[in-house]
Structures are given as structure tokens and as C-alpha cells.
Design a protein around this ligand. Structure first.
Ligand code: SF4
Length: 374
């Protein structure tokens, strides 16, 4: 039924799902892999020992569309803060542990939904076994994180001190085998590099060999502008190939900005959509209207709408209607007048003053039709 409302080219409005052949891993109420939508996650930059500040940051992340939040657990005071954080978080919490197996045990008994460790850093096989047994008893997964900045020395030496995709995959499988030798296969793997091509290749190689879910990210990507572009290339390329079950954009920025970038990557790749897609022309010498301002106004109108239709804003009456034909709804600006379009057809020709109010009326109608259809 909804297909009659949305334009035919935009019919796959539903969230796309991940490859159903990938192992499904439960993380709290979420399932990563196994044909579920790609999960958006981030990591708190707050001091985990400061429960109030950490909860405030988690809530901002959740409001922005984050589904899973990782917190650093560097010491005992941080692990002691976990129960209060978990209780009020409003989303599953992942504990990030680096070296101390006891902190992993404390985090698991505090009720985290997943632990991120490098088993190789935890120490002796006995310690790995204790952590694995505790995660198994709590029925929570372990995420193995291979990072280009902390590769095993022997693999680096083998590869002439270069971080290679093969080296990252070997490092990941070394950890996977360590866990699987303990009978534990509730695993997610991340292989992150700051070199986008290495990150892409490592994940492709891993996926050829395993159906363990992959957490994608370009590490140390940088400030939000350049970092978002690097992340979009790395994560987006893999998502378009059907690789990747959960993503984290790592930016030198507020974590909320990571969530905005993550959703833009999901929406631009068409892998998952939660809001209207706004397309607007780049303008050219034919434009007779301030298209930047017009587009910003339309963007404001779309804020808060969680319906995945396509909206077009075009700069001239001659070519605009044709170029906007893919959109479910759109407007075209001209000199002193404008057009409102739905599904490729002109439905109103109005003066410039009337253009935005008329568009808003049609936008509201489309939203109501969608809701009624649901
Ligand atoms: S819609 Fe018109 S103004 Fe915009 S790029 Fe195309 S021709 Fe130029």
C-alpha cells in the first residue's frame, strides 16, 4: 500500500538488512548480524568514573540515534561505576578493556552487554579462559579489536614493519582461535586501520574466510570534516559490498557527531534509512533563486520526520522538474515563482512567497498518508 504513496524508484523504503548468512550475535536487546539492520554505535569520551557525566553523554548519543555505547574501563573505580550506568543508560553498554582480565570479569558481573578485549593482551591462557567462561556464563559476546596501531610484533616483523591487510586478518584469527579453543564463538571482530585501503582490504579478506559479524571503522580518522569523509569511504565501500554488521565512526569530535556521520553513511549507501533524503541541485547559471537558503529552510522542515522518502530542491523551472523526477516530493525555485512537485508531477505553480508554505502543506499531507498507511 505504501508503495502507492512513495515514488516507485524509492520503493525499498524498508531498512535493508545485513547478510542473513552471517552469524547472529546478541548484544543486550540488539542482534548484530544474522540478517538484521546494521547497528550504529559509538564510544563515550567521558570519564566512566563520573557516572553523571557519562550518563548525560550516553543519553545525548541515544537521542542522536546511537544504539550501542562503549565505555572505557581503565580501572576498578570505572568498573564500580558500571552498574549505575547500565541501569540508566537506555541502551546496551559495552566495556572496553585493554589489559586487565579482572576488569573484564568485574564488567561482566556488572551486567555489560559485551566486552571488547584483545585476548592476546589479557595474559596467560588461564586468564583468557576465566574471562571466556564468565562471558559464556553471562551469555554475552566478546568483541576482538585489531587496531593498526597495536599490531602483534611478530606479525609486524614478518610484514617488514608495515601494517598489511593480511597481517590484520592473521592477528584477528589468532585471537578468534584463542577464544574458539575455549569453546567460545560468541564473537564480533573489528579490524580498524587509519589507512582506508588497508581497512577495506582487511575486512574483505576476513569476510572471505569467516561468517563472524564485523564491526567496521576507520580508526583515528581525524576531525569531523575529513574524518567523516575517510570513514564514509572505508565504511561505505564495505557496506555497499554487503560487508559489515555494525559501524562506529571514530572522530576527534563530540561523540554525537559520530552518530550523525554514521547515519549519513548508512543513508547515503542506502543500507539503512530513518529519515527523508534531501537531494538538491548544485545550482548553475540558470538558477534564479537563492537555492542555498531555500534548501536550508526545507532541511529545517524535515527535521524530526522519520519517514524515508526522497525530497528534492531544484534551482530552475526549466530543468528542475525533470531532474527532480526521482523524488517523492520536491520544490523548484524560479524567478518570482516556483513549483511544488509530487512523484514527478507539478501539483502547484505558485509565487515565490507561497512556495515554502505550499511545499510544507504537501509535505504534511505526505506524512499523514504515510502514517495512515502504517
Ligand atoms: S536544476 Fe537548474 S539550476 Fe539546478 S543545476 Fe539543474 S539546470 Fe542548474
Amino acid at each position: 500500500m505504501i508503495k502507492q504513496i512513495l515514488h516507485k524508484s524509492n520503493r525499498d523504503y524498508k531498512r535493508f538488512t545485513t547478510n542473513p548468512n552471517i552469524r547472529a550475535v546478541k548484544v543486550g536487546h540488539l542482534t548484530i548480524g544474522g540478517g538484521t539492520p546494521v547497528v550504529v554505535q559509538s564510544m563515550c569520551s567521558s570519564d566512566t568514573r563520573d557516572v553523571k557525566a557519562t550518563l548525560a553523554q550516553i543519553h545525548r548519543l541515544v537521542d542522536a540515534g546511537c544504539e550501542l555505547v562503549r565505555v572505557a574501563v581503565p580501572d576498578e573505580r570505572a568498573s564500580e561505576a558500571l552498574p549505575d550506568i547500565i541501569k540508566e543508560a537506555g541502551c546496551p553498554i559495552v566495556a572496553d578493556i585493554h589489559f586487565h582480565y579482572k576488569l573484564a570479569l568485574e564488567a561482566i558481573s556488572a551486567g555489560v552487554a559485551k566486552v571488547r578485549i584483545n585476548p592476546g593482551n589479557i595474559g596467560s591462557p588461564d586468564r583468557v579462559k576465566v574471562v571466556v567462561d564468565a562471558a559464556g556464563a553471562a551469555n554475552i559476546p566478546i568483541r576482538i579489536g585489531v587496531n593498526s596501531g597495536s599490531m602483534p610484533q611478530d606479525i609486524l616483523e614478518r610484514d617488514n614493519f608495515k601494517v598489511t591487510a593480511e597481517g590484520m586478518v592473521d592477528a584477528a584469527f589468532r585471537e578468534v582461535e584463542l577464544l574458539e579453543s575455549e569453546g567460545f564463538n560468541n564473537i564480533i571482530v573489528a579490524m580498524k586501520a587509519s589507512d582506508v585501503s588497508v581497512m577495506i582490504e582487511a575486512n574483505r579478506l576476513f569476510r572471505c574466510k569467516s561468517n563472524i559479524p564485523l564491526h567496521l571503522g576507520v580508526t583515528e580518522a581525524g576531525l569531523s570534516g575529513y574524518g567523516s569523509i575517510k570513514s564514509a569511504i572505508g565504511i561505505g565501500t564495505l557496506l555497499l559490498e554487503g560487508i559489515g554488521e555494525t559501524i562506529r565512526v571514530s572522530l576527534t569530535a563530540k561523540p554525537e557527531e559520530e552518530i550523525q556521520a554514521a547515519w549519513w553513511i548508512l543513508e547515503a549507501t542506502g543500507v539503512r534509512r530513518r529519515s527523508p533524503e534531501l537531494i538538491s541541485c548544485p545550482t548553475c547559471g540558470r538558477a534564479e533563486i537563492d537555492l542555498i537558503e531555500l534548501t536550508k529552510e526545507v532541511e529545517k522542515m524535515l527535521k524530526g520526520i522519520e519517514i524515508p522518502f526522497k525530497v528534492a530542491v531544484m534551482g530552475c523551472i526549466v530543468n528542475g522538474p525533470g531532474e527532480a523526477r526521482e523524488a517523492d516530493i520536491g520544490l523548484v525555485g524560479g524567478k518570482g515563482k516556483g513549483l511544488v512537485i509530487r512523484r514527478g508531477e507539478i501539483i502547484h505553480s505558485v509565487t515565490e512567497d507561497e512556495l515554502l508554505p505550499m511545499f510544507k502543506r504537501e509535505l504534511d499531507k505526505l506524512c499523514q498518508e504515510y502514517k495512515a498507511d502504517k
